[in-house]
Design a protein around this ligand. Structure first.
Ligand SMILES: C[S@@+](CC[C@H](N)C(=O)[O-])C[C@H]1O[C@@H](n2cnc3c(N)ncnc32)[C@H](O)[C@@H]1O
Length: 215
């Protein structure tokens, strides 16, 4: 089966890109292959950044160990793309993170975020049925420990409208909202829990993606 491509980036050749929550830099490596002229990455985990720095394909990249809700020295009005894949919901201040992203972007630059679809997070499986385990209205914050260096993180469960309104308040213009399920079985991974149960996946998009730009 041919994989469906979402085409989130509309051409990165000779473009400057910044990823917030870049982990080991896999997406940045892909963007180097696609011809990006400068790739910058930021992650709160020094272990992840060290792995990224050891990657020969990222030898010219600039990296920061920092929370994305702070600016550790990233230039403003500089980037063609600022993006954050499956990371922004860990920021302890999502609005500040979006505001900073807007500052980093050049005029006409593109902002892309993906996060677990907030309603998918409300679902579970009980006695063979998909159930709503918690209310979509409750914008709860879960504290979780993640990654090899066991960093404590906040995981926000925001409604779509809350996130969209933050992006608008930060002065960005929304171009596209995508609600998707995994493009291939490989994306489901080896989860043993019911989190990626196919019945849930067939009931609700797993991922929310928002693409916006700076005027
Ligand atoms: C699920 S991983 C996503 C990695 C990568 N974007 C990808 O798509 O493969 C989430 C990353 O966010 C980082 N992270 C969590 N909280 C953060 C914060 N407040 N600021 C910056 N990075 C953070 C974690 O260390 C982790 O590397």
């Amino acid at each position: 089966m041919e994989k469906k491509k979402l085409k989130l980036f509309s051409g990165v050749k000779n473009k400057k890109v910044l990823e917030l929550g870049c982990a080991a830099g896999k997406s940045l490596e892909y963007l180097v292959e696609q011809g990006a002229s400068e790739v910058w990455g930021l992650d709160i985990s020094s272990e992840q950044i060290n792995v990224a720095k050891d990657n020969k394909n990222l030898k010219d990249a600039r990296f920061f160990v920092s929370p994305m809700e702070e600016n550790p020295g990233i230039p403003e009005n500089y980037f063609d793309y600022v993006f954050s894949l499956y990371s922004i919901g860990f920021s302890s201040n999502i609005f500040e993170t979006i505001k900073l992203s807007s500052q980093y972007l050049k005029s006409n630059g593109t902002f892309i975020i993906s996060w677990t679809h907030p309603f998918f997070n409300c679902l579970d499986i009980n006695e063979d049925k998909v159930i709503v385990k918690r209310s979509y209205n409750d914008e709860e914050i879960d504290e979780i420990t993640k990654g090899p260096d066991k960093i404590k993180m906040m995981q926000y469960n925001l409604k779509i409208s809350t996130l969209v309104n933050m992006i608008i308040k930060a002065g960005l213009v929304i171009d596209r909202i995508i609600e998707e399920k995994p493009v291939s079985e490989n994306h489901i991974g080896n989860y043993k829990s019911t989190f990626w149960d196919p019945r849930k996946i067939n009931s609700c998009p797993t991922t929310l993606i928002i693409i916006a730009h700076k005027n």
